[in-house]
Design a protein around this ligand. Structure first.
Ligand SMILES: [Zn+2]
Length: 314
């Protein structure tokens, strides 16, 4: 796929590599991004870097060159998608303990221990030939797999990646199977696959480059719906999926939809799917089914204060 003539580009990348002084690195990196007029979200830790960065094509290319000129990132892989100036309203660069928070008691280093990487082509082949031995596992959050997923995948009902360790036991009966694990860009599977291996799963694989690379390189075989992203776009159907019926279902009516909203009740703020037509006719559908069940109404809903924002990515 070429991206010539694209006025605006979004880069998705990560790498687990030691960064000795993350605070210092962040200072320098913020300057670089500001000079290039880039927006987005970059997390830096002693274990590596995880970024989604948006900007005009020229500056984005300069940014890629600048990163790759650093020995540690010489082999950095960038996944590219389209966006516009509203994709990321601001620039956020922060130091974190982990570049994606899993919060294991004993942390793992994906450079030493991780599931076997499968290229998108090999991934498809494995599914084509796999039969009962192959178990697809979605390592993302519930609201992400609601809008799109690999057909037949196990989709844990977790709201945060850090909740994954709590549900691993639910899949203990699958320890002898081939577990094919995937996420958006690949980063979450690096540690999630290591966690599964540690828990005794014998054959754990991960989709290299994640769903984004699969859709770009292989297409939509075995995939249903859209790919959720953690920015203003919410999903990236642009090149992939818009012609298809959405895989998601309105939680209020069961109608097909790709429209994700946050529950109106701020203390809940749950992301869920609602058909926009139904919402227009029934404003109370802006309250998630759980809140409605608890008796919260349009009158009693807490609409105030700050909204939460998620830093999970990839
Ligand atoms: Zn709610």
């Amino acid at each position: 796929m070429t991206h010539d003539g694209m006025p605006y580009m979004v880069l998705l990348y990560y790498k687990y590599v030691p960064i000795a002084n993350p605070e210092r690195f962040v200072e320098d990196h913020r300057l670089l991004c500001q000079q290039l007029g880039l927006k987005g979200r970059i997390l830096v830790a002693e274990e590596g870097i995880n970024g989604t960065v948006a900007g005009e094509v020229g500056p984005i290319q300069q940014y890629q060159a600048a990163l790759r000129s650093d020995q540690r990132f010489a082999d950095l892989e960038f996944k590219i998608s389209s966006g516009d100036a509203s994709t990321f309203p601001k620039l956020m660069i922060k130091v974190r303990k982990e570049i994606v928070t899993l919060g294991l008691k004993e942390d793992v280093d994906p450079n030493e221990n991780t599931g076997t990487h499968l290229s998108p082509e090999s991934w498809k082949q494995m599914i084509d030939e796999g039969g009962d031995e192959v178990i697809l596992f979605d390592a993302r959050n519930r609201y992400e797999s609601d809008v799109g997923f690999f057909e037949g995948a196990l989709r844990p009902e977790i709201e945060h990646f850090r909740d994954l360790p709590k549900v691993v036991d639910d899949y203990a009966h699958l320890k002898g199977k081939k577990i094919l694990m995937y996420c958006t860009g690949g980063i979450r599977c690096e540690k999630a696959s290591a966690l599964f291996q540690k828990e005794g799963f014998e054959n754990v694989y991960q989709l290299h480059g994640g769903i984004v690379s699969y859709l770009e390189q292989v297409g939509r075989d075995h995939w249903k719906g859209d790919c959720f992203v953690f920015d203003q776009r919410m999903v990236v159907p642009d090149d992939f999926a818009l012609a298809d019926e959405p895989a998601g279902r309105c939680e209020q009516t069961g109608k097909p939809t790709r429209n994700l909203i946050n529950c109106l009740h701020v203390p809940c703020h749950r992301l869920f799917l609602v058909s926009p037509d139904e919402l227009a006719a029934h404003p109370e559908y802006e309250l998630c089914p759980g809140c409605q069940k608890q008796g919260i109404t349009m009158e009693t809903a807490d609409r105030g204060g700050k909204t939460q924002s998620s830093e999970e990515a990839g």
